[in-house]
Design a protein around this ligand. Structure first.
Ligand code: IPM
Ligand code: MN
Length: 347
């Protein structure tokens, strides 16, 4: 029997509830489709930081490297640990160390979910660059605390980094409706984004079957609200993709439905799957977190592990559940009830 080893990092707040829910669904699917999933849980979180002074142990990256994939809940507990510390101590280093350069986020309305827009028939796949760009982490502060203080944060765009994410976008478009929106801001950013546009044009010649359009990020943000059906695959830099995918989450009904995959396409290290939402301290431990984004992320994990039939079945079960109005109104159904309904629909 095929077997996959999964590193589970529930993290903070509702992370524990939603990863437990996702795991229940994944195990059910595995049983049904005849493969095995084993989990090793790591307590790395803000609580771990309070106890040890680190978000994860020094050898965490080496520990994680041996797994087939990582399933992450949520990181952050800003009342006790600043986000700039918790995120730079766990999520961001994993994305970078494992070259998870493609962050994939699907935005569409599940049946029964009402979004804020009149538009209902959109199906957008955002591909966000995940290791460099505006979040490269290059920069510094001098003359701290004085009136002469300077803070510099430098975007890093490498040819290899830009080319591989754009290529990934073209490849995804090819498997879908053949349309790619390349997100730029070359009217204002005359180095990095002109470079991005040049590489977009170069690849467009190679992928003549894909219709590519470059949009400035401000115009694309508006388009996601005014005409989301006109979009198929959207490929963007780290910061632009971060912002646009929160719009994507909003138009699909909220962060409770926003799944994501941090993919290492070359498979030189494990990929990581996580709901986009944070730890939601306000509802942590109330048992009402929506597990749908985490379960959808789990389905993306099975897809990445080539268990595509099981991944497809989980999505069908998710859709059948929301179509019945379960998990479609914030706070109405308990995490466990939504999970149980999805499990029932799976089998
Ligand atoms: C996301 C989050 C993270 C990011 C934060 C928490 C660092 O907003 O995954 O979209 O910007 O990558
Ligand atoms: Mn974000």
């Amino acid at each position: 029997m095929k077997s996959y080893s999964i590193a589970l990092i529930p993290g903070d707040g509702i992370g524990g509830d939603v990863t437990a829910a996702a795991w229940t669904v994944l195990e059910t699917a595995a049983k049904h489709f005849g493969f095995a999933l084993t989990s090793t849980e790591f307590p790395w979180s803000c609580k771990f930081y309070k106890d040890t002074g680190r978000m994860m142990p020094e050898d965490a990256i080496e520990t994680l490297r041996g797994f087939d994939a990582i399933l992450l809940g949520a990181v952050g507990w800003p009342a006790e640990v600043p986000d700039s510390v918790s995120l730079h101590g766990l999520l961001l280093p994993i994305r970078k160390a494992f070259v998870q350069y493609a962050n994939i986020r699907p935005h569409r309305l599940l049946p029964g979910v009402t979004g804020p827009l009149r538009a209902e028939n959109f199906d957008i796949l955002c591909i966000r660059e995940n290791t460099e760009g505006e979040y490269s982490g290059a920069g510094g502060r001098v003359h701290q605390g004085t009136l002469d203080e300077v803070a510099v944060e430098t975007s890093i765009f490498t040819r290899a980094g830009v080319e591989r994410i754009l290529r990934f976008g073209f490849e995804q478009a090819r498997t879908r409706r053949g349309k790619l929106a390349s997100v730029t801001k070359s009217n204002a950013q005359k180095y990095s984004m002109v470079f991005w546009d040049e590489i977009t044009r170069k690849l467009a010649a190679e992928y003549s079957d894909v219709a590519v359009t470059s949009y400035h990020v401000d115009a694309l943000a508006a388009r996601m609200i005014m005409a989301p059906e006109s979009l198929d695959v959207v490929v963007a830099s780290n910061l632009f993709g971060d912002i646009l995918t929160d719009i994507g989450a909003a138009i699909q009904g909220g962060l409770g439905y926003a799944a994501s995959a941090n993919i290492n396409p070359g498979r030189s290290a494990p990929s990581m799957f996580e709901p986009v939402h944070g730890s939601a301290p306000d509802i942590a431990h109330l048992g009402i977190a929506n597990p749908i984004a985490a379960i959808w992320s789990g389905a993306m994990m099975l897809g990445h592990l080539s268990e595509t039939a099981a991944a497809g079945r989980i999505m069908k079960a998710l859709e059948a559940t929301t179509a019945r109005g379960i998990g479609t109104t914030p706070g109405k159904d308990r995490t466990e009830a939504i999970t149980a309904a999805i499990v029932a629909a799976l089998t």
